[in-house]
Design a protein around this ligand. Structure first.
Ligand code: HEC
Ligand code: HEC
Length: 153
């Protein structure tokens, strides 16, 4: 009986797959240092391979910033992102330039976030994942670990 209880409790407390998005174990160091210098090194599974290809092909004009890399790093990161990308049919269109925050998957997951939060000065932009997900660097997107009490479950 006690064992059964333990098993049940373990099962309940296991996080769902969707709220754990750590960087894959083979992530090149350059991804963290280069693509994580201005913002979070985003989870590659949140964009489709084609979207990553478009982002990596236009680094000189990257959302108004210059994110140019030397060609070795550019190729290394591009190959990594395309390989670890998510399935397009699950994510939906990401727009142009591609944004994680424009995909249907992102919009669906954030449906309950009131509009005023996206422009809150503490958040500034939907791309600023860590403002709301303080554990984002380690891949923790749990609805229980949200920075604002009003949004936490
Ligand atoms: C020089 C700074 C800088 C570097 C380096 C940089 N980025 Fe960005 N990135 C930005 C800015 C600025 C935005 C727009 C943020 C916003 O809208 O608030 C952005 C946005 C993004 C977005 C869209 C986020 C969203 O869903 O709204 C993705 C994806 C992205 N960057 C990927 C990358 C990748 C991959 C690399 C490495 C090759 C990289 N970035 C390197 C500055 C940078
Ligand atoms: C304004 C605050 C805010 C920002 C900014 C934000 N999120 Fe979220 N996010 C939330 C909240 C709140 C939830 C839980 C929503 C719910 O369950 O109703 C959530 C849920 C999620 C989930 C689903 C977790 C699950 O249990 O399925 C993922 C994945 C996620 N966010 C990723 C991101 C990423 C990646 C970014 C940045 C590109 C981001 N979020 C930016 C507030 C935010």
């Amino acid at each position: 009986m006690k064992n059964l209880l333990t098993i049940l409790l373990l099962g309940w407390s296991l996080p769902t797959l969707a709220d754990r998005l750590p960087l894959p174990s083979g992530t090149p160091a350059s991804y963290k240092s280069e693509c994580g210098s201005c913002h979070l090194p985003y989870p590659p599974a949140l964009l489709a391979a084609d979207d990553w290809r478009r982002i990596m092909g236009k680094l000189g004009d990257h959302f108004g910033s210059d994110a140019t890399l030397d060609s070795r790093q550019q190729q290394e990161i591009r190959a990594f992102l395309e390989n670890a990308a998510g399935r397009p049919e699950r994510l939906g269109s990401a727009g142009e330039p591609p944004r994680i925050s424009q995909t249907q998957r992102f919009i669906r997951k954030h449906r309950e976030v009131p509009a005023r939060f996206w422009s809150d000065p503490r958040v500034k932009s939907a791309a600023n994942c860590e403002a709301c997900h303080p554990g984002a660097a380690t891949g923790n997107y749990s609805e229980h670990d949200i920075a604002f009490r009003e949004l936490r479950k």
